[in-house]
Design a protein around this ligand. Structure first.
Ligand code: GN1
Ligand code: MG
Length: 377
C-alpha cells in the first residue's frame, strides 16, 4: 500500500511485521497527548477489506524502567475490569483497554533499536478534554474515576508490581527537589528563589499522606496515579465517560492520590502551563461537581479517614506536581517533554499559584466535601 510513512518510527515495518500487520497500514496520525510516551493512531485494512483501528505506543523506558512489570500490571487490571464490565452488561472493548499480543504471544515488542512498543484497541467515536467546557463534564469525570476505583476495590493488590516506587511519596519528591537545588545542574537556581522558598515553607505537608499509609490509617488501593481529565475518553454521541486510559502508572497507592491529582488538573481555572498566574485559581463549583460525582460511585468504598483527607489531597498533589516540574527545571528538563526552555518553570508556577489558592479556600472545600458526604448516607 502506498501510504506515506514519513513521521512514523524508523522501525515501523519491523513493528507491524511483529503484529502480523505488515503491508496493512492504511492510515495513521500522531496523537500529542501527555508528556511522556509517543503515541500513534493507526488503521489497518485487512485482505477482506475490513478496517481495524489501533493505538500504537512507544513506552518511554527512561521513565518506566520496568516496562515488562508495567505491562503485567496493565493486563491484570484490565482483565479484571473486563470481567466486571461484562457482568454489568457493558462493552469491555469500549470501556477498558485491551493489549494486543504480537504473533509470538508477547504483550509488547522490542524493536532492533531496543525500543518498547505496544498496541491497544482504539476507542472509536470518543474524545478527551484538556479543560472543562461545562460543570457537568467534571461531575462525569468524578463519576468515572470513582467507578474505576470502586470496580477495583476487591482486586488482589499483592499481584501488582510497584513499577515506580515512591511515585506519589510527596516527602521523597521534596527531598528530590532539595537535591536538585544542591546539584544546580542547569545553573538555574538563582532564577527560582521564590519558588524554592515556597516549597521549603511547606515541608511539613509533604509527609502527611505517606504517614497515614505507613501507619495503616488509610488503606492501600489500586490507583491510577495520573488522573488528569484528558485520561478519560468520552463518547462522541452521548457525551458520557466511556473509558479510563493511560494505565502506565496503575500501582498500589492511595485513593487520595487519584482524587487530589484530578482536582489539580481539572478544577484549575487555567491550563497547567498558563504563563499568566493571575488566571490560576481553584474553581469551588467545579470542586463540588467532582466531589459529588466521585462520591456517587466510590463513596461507599472509602473509609472515614480517606473522606476526611480529600480536600487536603488536592493541595498536596498540586504541590507535589509543582515540585516535580521545578526539580526538572533545575535538572535541565530531563524528564517532562517541553515546548520551550521555561516550560517546566511556567508549569511549576501555575501549580504553586494553585496551591496558594487552595490554602485560601481549604475551609470551604472541607465544608463542600462534608455536605457531599452527608448526602451520601
Ligand atoms: C505526566 O505524560 P502524562 O501527561 O500522562 C506524569 C504525571 C504528571 C503529569 C503532569 C509517568 O503524565 O505524573 O502528573 O505528566 N507521568 C509520569 O502533567 O511521570
Ligand atoms: Mg500519564
Amino acid at each position: 500500500m502506498g501510504i506515506i510513512k514519513k513521521g512514523l518510527p524508523d522501525c515501523i515495518d519491523e513493528i507491524l511485521e511483529a503484529y502480523g500487520l505488515a503491508d496493512k497500514l492504511s492510515d495513521w496520525s500522531m496523537i500529542c497527548n501527555g508528556h511522556i510516551n509517543r503515541t500513534y493512531f493507526t488503521e489497518f485494512t485487512h485482505s477482506d477489506g475490513k478496517k481495524e483501528k489501533r493505538l500504537l505506543q512507544q513506552i518511554n523506558t527512561e521513565v518506566f524502567k520496568k516496562p515488562l512489570e508495567l505491562m503485567e500490571n496493565i493486563i491484570r487490571v484490565t482483565d479484571y475490569l473486563r470481567v466486571q464490565i461484562e457482568a454489568e452488561g457493558g462493552d469491555p472493548e469500549r470501556e477498558t483497554l485491551r493489549v494486543y499480543n504480537t504473533c509470538g504471544g508477547s504483550n509488547c515488542f522490542i524493536d532492533s533499536e531496543g525500543l518498547y512498543w505496544r498496541m491497544y484497541n482504539y476507542i472509536d467515536n470518543s474524545f478527551s478534554y484538556n479543560s472543562i467546557e461545562n460543570d457537568e463534564l467534571f461531575y462525569r469525570a468524578g463519576e468515572a474515576f470513582g467507578k474505576f476505583q470502586s470496580r477495583l476495590a476487591s482486586f488482589p493488590i499483592e499481584t501488582l508490581h510497584d513499577t515506580i516506587p515512591d511515585f506519589h511519596n510527596t516527602y521523597k519528591r521534596f527531598l528530590n527537589l532539595k537535591a536538585a537545588a544542591e546539584r544546580n545542574a542547569a545553573g538555574r537556581l538563582d532564577e527560582v528563589e521564590n519558588e524554592m522558598d515556597f516549597a521549603l515553607k511547606r515541608e511539613a505537608d509533604t509527609s502527611v499522606i505517606a504517614e497515614l499509609m505507613e501507619k495503616g490509617e488509610i488503606p492501600v488501593r489500586v490507583t491510577h496515579n495520573d488522573t488528569k481529565l484528558n485520561n478519560i475518553m468520552f463518547d462522541s454521541e452521548s457525551g458520557k465517560a466511556v473509558c479510563i486510559v493511560d494505565l502506565d502508572t496503575v500501582m498500589p497507592g492511595s485513593s487520595l492520590y487519584d482524587f487530589g491529582d484530578a482536582i489539580r488538573f481539572g478544577a484549575n481555572t487555567a491550563a497547567e502551563d498558563e504563563k499568566d498566574v493571575s488566571k490560576v485559581s481553584l474553581d469551588l463549583n467545579l470542586y463540588e461537581k467532582y466531589v459529588r460525582g466521585y462520591l456517587k460511585s466510590a463513596g461507599k468504598s472509602l473509609t472515614e479517614k480517606e473522606l476526611e483527607y480529600l480536600p487536603f489531597s488536592a493541595k498536596l498533589l498540586t504541590f507535589e506536581c509543582g515540585m516535580r516540574f521545578l526539580t526538572d527545571y533545575l535538572d535541565g528538563d530531563v524528564y517532562f517533554g517541553i515546548s520551550y526552555p521555561e516550560h517546566n518553570l511556567d508549569r511549576c508556577r501555575t501549580q504553586f499559584a494553585l496551591v496558594a489558592d487552595i490554602e485560601r479556600k481549604l475551609d470551604e472545600m472541607i465544608k463542600i466535601t462534608r455536605d457531599a458526604c452527608g448526602s451520601l448516607c
